[in-house]
Design a protein around this ligand. Structure first.
Ligand code: CDP
Ligand code: MG
Length: 138
């Protein structure tokens, strides 16, 4: 059964001109891009998105970073999309990311790590609804 997940090409990767290469990896791995939009987000919007991390030491700098420049918000679809995207992304810290993963190829640091992907099906549903209206998901 096809499943949807939510992803972001983060501001570091957009700034470095890696958007196209990252989208190519995603498509090569068999994902359909259901919806995609480029926008800049506010720090408040970032805080709501990452609310689960409220209070952690990296929370404030993370929200500063996510609001530091344009990013690409995306809804992706394929069988087993949530788990398969996490695998394609690689570990949060690129120093620990497996060879061939997006973070290994494109991430600069544990914070500026190029891509976001939902970590579970319920998280994906929350994250898709946070950024996309129903009429945008055709
Ligand atoms: O993105 P992922 O699910 O792999 O990691 P997370 O633990 O949910 O953390 C969310 C984001 O916070 C990461 O992708 C990093 O950008 C950032 N982070 C950080 O700056 N320092 C950490 N020690 C952990 C996460
Ligand atoms: Mg996470």
């Amino acid at each position: 059964m096809p499943q949807r997940t939510f992803s972001i090409v983060k501001p570091d990767a957009v700034r470095k001109g890696f958007t196209g290469a990252i989208l190519a990896e995603i498509e090569k791995a068999g994902f359909q891009i259901v919806a995609i939009k480029k926008q800049s987000i506010s720090k408040e919007q970032a805080k709501g998105f990452y609310a689960v991390h409220t209070g952690k030491p990296f929370f404030e700098p993370l929200c500063e970073f996510m609001s530091s420049g344009p990013l690409f918000l995306m809804v992706l679809e394929k069988d087993n999309a949530v788990a398969d995207l996490r695998k394609l992304m690689g570990a949060t810290n690129p120093a620990n990311a497996e060879e061939g993963t997006i973070r290994k190829k494109f991430a600069g640091s544990i914070q500026e790590n190029a891509i976001h992907g939902s970590d579970a099906e319920d998280t994906a549903a929350f994250e898709i609804g946070y950024w996309f209206a129903g009429h945008e998901l055709i």
